[in-house]
Design a protein around this ligand. Sequence first.
Ligand SMILES: Cc1ncc(COP(=O)(O)O)c(C=O)c1O
Length: 397
Amino acid sequence: MLSQIIETDKQYYMNTFGARTPVCFDYGKGLELYTKDGDKYYDFFAGIAVTALGHSHPKFVKSITEQAGKLLHTSSIYYIEKQAQLAKLLVENSCADKAFFCSTGAEANEGAMKLAKIYFYKQGKPNKNEIITLKNSFHGRTLATVAATGQEKYQKPYKPLTPGFKHVEINDFDALAAAVNENTAAIMMEPVQGESGVHPAKAEYLKKVRQLCDEKEIILIFDEVQTGMGRTGKLFAYENYGVEPDIFTLAKALGNGIPIGAVCAKEFVASGFEPGDHGTTFGGNPFSCNAACTVFEIFKEEKIVENAAEVGAYFKEKLNALADKYDFITEVRGIGLMLGVETKDSIAKKICDALFENKYLTGCIAGKIIRILPPLVITKADVDKFIEVLAKACEEV
Ligand SMILES: Cc1ncc(COP(=O)(O)O)c(C=O)c1O
């Protein structure tokens, strides 16, 4: 069965993912994922930080099923009740005053960058159009977000890149300040860099960045596509730092698997978008917005964000205890339930393979970092079981 799926995939699907992890899931429940053969896996990756509520959450399933039977799409030519409700929810729960919906994280970042540019354009400052981002960042796969992403490997085949981007090292304030000039429109960064290995920004650094943006009239954009919606133990990662961005973007967990992205902004910059300046066909439709409204409801009812903070801290403590025991673990990083375990050489790869053999799903970065992003409904008991298997894997390698 699996071999057949792999064959069909090889023949018909564009080979952008290479040799995938050799498993195909049929259904899921909570943290558990099942294959058609009845094999059970434990999901500690949440589809790359997406399924915050775990799989097939009953209330979520009921809500999206009902909405699917009622109305999927009308286009934003008409008013959409759930779109307005979701915007209200985001604004009431964040530092933003307005929201705009799209379908992916990359699209949200495109929207954020366009908003920063048009804000200055409309003030008669069209030259203030450059954007500074960080090295080893990840902002998406569209042409502009590839240019924003500070990693050569994603950019190389697509040159010439969208112009106007500079990249500086994370947590190096002097390098950032030196890169700023009178044409700098925005600084965009992930509060915790995810794809490149779970690297949190330092609080002092972000505070200085905020100050610099205020002094030089620069829009501060936080890409919270991965860190947002409870992943770091706060609804939005910026809350961990006490630093408010002017714009932040969301996607991934916002729809718990239903594609939706958001650009959230303070009023002064949000007003840069006027009728006709930006748009999308799918973004903000009744189906995806209903899904995200339901995510908010369940977050509140089940105290999901609080759980992420509590279990995340517990998880990190347990990982640190393993790091004390095995000197090939060089660092445990991350906030909340966005965790990374760095090892010497390519030991992480061997550990991830061993975890997979034991039916635990995690991510591995460059063979050196184990990336852990479980659904936010995870319990301490789930963590204990995982740590037991991880300890065994550490012992074996
Ligand atoms: C921080 C960050 N920004 C943007 C993106 C791109 O999101 P999408 O794949 O939905 O376009 C990702 C995806 O991993 C991400 O982690």
